[in-house]
Design a protein around this ligand. Structure first.
Ligand code: FMN
Length: 299
């Protein structure tokens, strides 16, 4: 009942682990696969190993999480075994990568393909890493070049993860039109101040806001892009329960990714949300996810 197709990828359910949460190591990805995720996106991996920023890198707010990890990762050359272990879970593994130009992105994508990743997700959207992520992902020409170059380099599907830190996400999606799917959205650039210390809370000052607070922005992004471009969309941002996931699907998402809810609901979250979606579908007379994709679109 819950299985979905995203282009040529088949998922047993539409709930995918988002990049950056318990997905730097093969062992944790395997645990998540065994706990019911329909697919897994790895932590974003770059060419060289990176330590990331100094602590504090994460701060909990009443409405979500603020993080500025600084893209810590072991580097692509050290990532082969992690993919191999994660693949034992029997669900599609999507290799997330970040770079600063088309050559770097295609190099990383090819490595991920060689390691056995079932798709690559291009991080064009991290809001707090100088020279990467959002800084690359808001340059329309560069986005187009990166997508075209990665498409030439690999045969596996290419997913473009776009930033909400723009006044026109549709324009960016159009620049990324040759991707096989869009992933919407990454975190929103934000900050918090400790008024007693009279200083920003995060060492990096600015971070990315995720969780509950950003769900309406993610739903809007999915809704807007769905009506303009015919490509599968994976919705991300603030999904904590079955109703949140259905909201994204009704806006136009074929599947969703879940990140922050792993902190709030624990590793069982995939099984639980799958059950909640199934119950809702039974109560409302739907037998396939594809029957609800985009049904809230008002023309
Ligand atoms: C601690 C943390 C680390 C993250 N690291 C990455 C990353 O490496 N690459 C990426 O594309 N997104 C990263 N994200 C963003 C998430 O993948 C996701 O887009 C965002 O958190 C919104 O979803 P959520 O509200 O379900 O967490 C990270 C988010 C968090 C909270």
């Amino acid at each position: 009942m819950l299985d979905v197709d995203i282009g040529k990828l088949h998922l047993k359910n539409p709930l995918i682990l988002a990049s950056g949460i318990l997905d730097e190591s093969g062992e944790t990805m395997l645990r998540i696969a065994k706990n019911g995720a329909g697919g897994i996106v790895t932590k974003s991996i770059g060419k060289e190993p990176r330590e990331g920023y100094e602590n504090p890198v994460v701060y909990e707010l009443p409405c979500g999480l603020l993080n500025a990890m600084g893209l810590p990762n072991p580097g692509i050359e050290n990532y082969k075994d992690e993919i191999k272990i994660a693949k034992e879970g029997g669900v599609p593994i999507i290799g997330s990568i970040f770079g600063s130009n088309p050559e770097e992105f295609s190099y990383l994508a090819k490595k991920m393909e060689d390691y056995g990743a079932d798709a690559v997700e291009l991080n064009l959207s991290c809001p707090h890493a100088k020279g990467y992520g959002m800084e690359v992902g808001t340059d329309l020409e560069l986005v187009e070049e990166i997508i075209n170059s990665v498409k030439r380099a690999v045969k596996i599907p290419v997913w473009a993860k776009l930033t909400p830190n723009t006044n026109n996400i549709v324009e960016i999606a159009k620049a990324a039109e040759n991707a096989d799917a869009f992933v919407l959205i990454n975190t929103l650039k934000a900050m918090a101040i400790d008024i007693d210390a009279k200083r920003p809370v995060l060492k990096n000052v600015f971070g990315g806001l995720s969780g509950k607070a950003i769900k309406p922005i993610g739903v809007r992004a999915v809704y807007e892009v769905y009506r303009e471009i015919e490509k599968p969309i994976i919705g991300v941002g603030g999904i904590e329960n079955g109703r949140d996931a259905i909201e994204y699907i009704m806006a136009g998402a074929s599947a969703v990714e879940i990140g922050t809810a792993l902190y709030t609901r624990g590793i069982e979250v995939f099984k639980e949300i799958a059950k909640e979606i199934e119950e809702w579908m039974n109560e409302n007379g739907y037998s396939k996810i594809s029957d609800i994709v985009g049904i809230a679109q008002v023309r």
